[in-house]
Design a protein around this ligand. Structure first.
Ligand code: FES
Length: 167
């Protein structure tokens, strides 16, 4: 019996375990690719985070100490060990966006959704977090929602239009 067959509890359903197996296989089970593996896994876990059972499963499958897996999860801001949401809204906090003044953007999002940074809405749909520059400096102020970039968000209407894509 392999580990996929023996582990099916909590967040780690059999379906999720199969997806994780396939991601590990795609990365040739290479421990030097652990960050990429965890990022890919996080994308397929509901609310986009790495639950403890999942971290333990990956460690076991890849023969990596759980403490090392947690070192990686806690070091990289793009990885989360707490439940986030269906839609991750990332607000750039690097220099160009700060100079452009993203205050309207931040205030509009927090007012519309009723959340502050590193908080999720009660329905688990939206999560707001800061992130380093994601290469949209020429269209700042910008946000990224589940990896898709929206730029030139200087008005409340433009921000609402971006958010309306995610319901
Ligand atoms: S500085 Fe904000 S996207 Fe580059």
């Amino acid at each position: 019996m392999n580990s996929t067959e023996t582990k099916s509890f909590g967040v780690l359903t059999r379906d999720l375990a199969l997806k994780i197996d396939s991601i590990i296989e795609k990365h040739q089970s290479n421990s030097t690719k652990l960050i990429g593996i965890l990022l890919d896994i996080q994308d397929v876990v509901p609310r986009q985070y790495i639950p403890r059972e999942v971290a333990a499963y990956v460690s076991e499958k890849m023969n990596i100490p759980l403490s090392k897996t947690y070192d990686v999860i806690s070091f990289y801001a793009a990885l989360s060990d707490v439940p986030r949401a269906d839609y991750i809204i990332q607000l750039c906090d690097s220099v160009v966006c700060k100079v452009t003044d993203n205050t309207v953007l931040l205030n509009t999002i927090t007012n519309l959704l009723g959340i502050n940074e590193r908080e999720a809405t009660a329905d688990g749909k939206y999560w707001l977090e800061y992130t380093p520059c994601f290469g949209a400096c020429d269209i700042s102020p910008a946000i990224r929602i589940n990896g898709k970039v929206y730029g030139n968000l200087t008005t409340e209407d433009s921000i609402k239009a971006a958010l309306s894509q995610y319901k």
